[in-house]
Design a protein around this ligand. Structure first.
Ligand SMILES: N[C@@H](CCC(=O)N[C@@H](CS)C(=O)NCC(=O)O)C(=O)O
Length: 315
């Protein structure tokens, strides 16, 4: 991680935890928004007007948070407006690296070798982890935002005056319900699997495991009335947020993170729901099973040998 702009290479063992051994995720420092006219968004400062070719996304296919942003870019028809660079799925002592793995790309935009170089370019004194996703502004040479919840929401309408495509992922009439279900799913499932995986006490693991499966059971029941998506016929950002965890479940969380009461495949409605979303136009391009497995199983603190399991071969 970065400390006052300098990289300290003990990345892996230093996951933050509370007194009961529960994994704590750090808050994202860059919280500006792209808006149609460059006015400030809900957080941060203004100056980031929606323009074709001005912004770039740095992502990892292994990463569920980055994949939220990739999915929104795809669903909202923004692939020609916002470029993407995919990092190497295997974590190094210097964090995320560019190139050096099939499907990983060099940083032709900024010429960085590691993601942390972009963070210090944006803020030479920065402290913290150099996470993905990063939404980069080519005009000012800085990070607009590195919080996937913000990026997912801003891509829903920031570019609406240039490209008006895809479903409304945050319809006004559902906003309250979406916010509530997002929070529930984040706490219990999206972050819950990480809390199970990075727990450093039995108690912390047990708590997280119970919450993960309670949430999965609840979502399986929610789909029992035959609804297509979580809120009915309309795909929303909550579906994206659930999907990115489901699509990694059998390949990474079931084994590496010990969320092993059952596989996702054993939950027929959720499994079919996951495939329904995977089949949407362009979404399969945002999912790379090889990167997911190679990436998660490269976390040395959890898998010192680095051996990547052969299965599951398909989702
Ligand atoms: N709150 C952030 C979390 C992003 C995050 O934790 N990304 C992970 C990959 S899945 C990462 O980059 N980890 C590198 C690190 O922690 O050093 C978001 O949702 O955008």
């Amino acid at each position: 991680m970065l400390v006052n702009g300098v990289w300290k290479d003990n990345w892996q063992p230093v996951q933050a935890k509370d007194e009961a051994g529960r994994f704590i995720r750090q808050a994202s420092p860059f919280r500006n928004w792209i808006t149609p006219d460059g006015a400030p968004g809900p957080t941060g400062v203004g100056g980031f007007k929606a323009e074709k070719g001005r912004y770039h996304l740095y992502v990892a296919y292994i990463c569920p948070w980055a994949s939220r942003a990739l999915m929104a870019r795809q669903l909202k028809g923004l692939t020609d407006l916002i470029g993407v660079t995919v990092v190497n799925p295997r974590l190094t002592d210097q964090g995320w690296q560019f190139g050096g793995y099939p499907g990983a790309e060099e940083d032709t935009l900024n010429g960085a070798r590691y993601m942390h170089e972009l963070y210090t370019r944006a803020d030479p004194q920065i402290s913290g982890r150099a996470t993905v996703p990063v939404l980069w502004d080519k005009h000012t040479g800085t990070i607009v935002n590195n919080e996937s919840a913000d990026i997912l929401r801003m891509l829903n309408n920031a570019f609406a005056e240039i490209v008006d495509e895809g479903p409304d992922l945050y319809p006004e009439e559902l906003a309250g319900d979406i916010d509530r279900l997002n929070e529930y799913l984040y706490t219990n499932l999206n972050n819950g699997v990480y809390q199970a995986g990075f727990a450093s006490s039995q108690q912390a693991y047990n708590e997280a495991y119970d919450r993960v499966f309670a949430a999965l059971d609840e979502m399986e029941s929610r789909l029992a009335d035959g609804r297509v998506y979580l809120f009915g016929d309309q795909l929303t950002e909550t579906d994206i947020r659930l999907f990115v965890t489901l699509v990694r479940f059998d390949a990474a969380y079931h084994g590496l993170f010990r969320c092993n009461r059952n596989t996702l495949r054993a939950m027929p409605r959720l499994h079919a729901y996951m495939h329904r979303i995977l089949a949407l136009d362009g979404i399969a391009n945002t999912v790379n099973l090889d990167h997911i497995k190679a990436g998660y199983y490269s976390i040395k603190a959890l898998n010192p040998t680095g051996i990547v399991p052969a299965g599951p071969g398909e989702l």
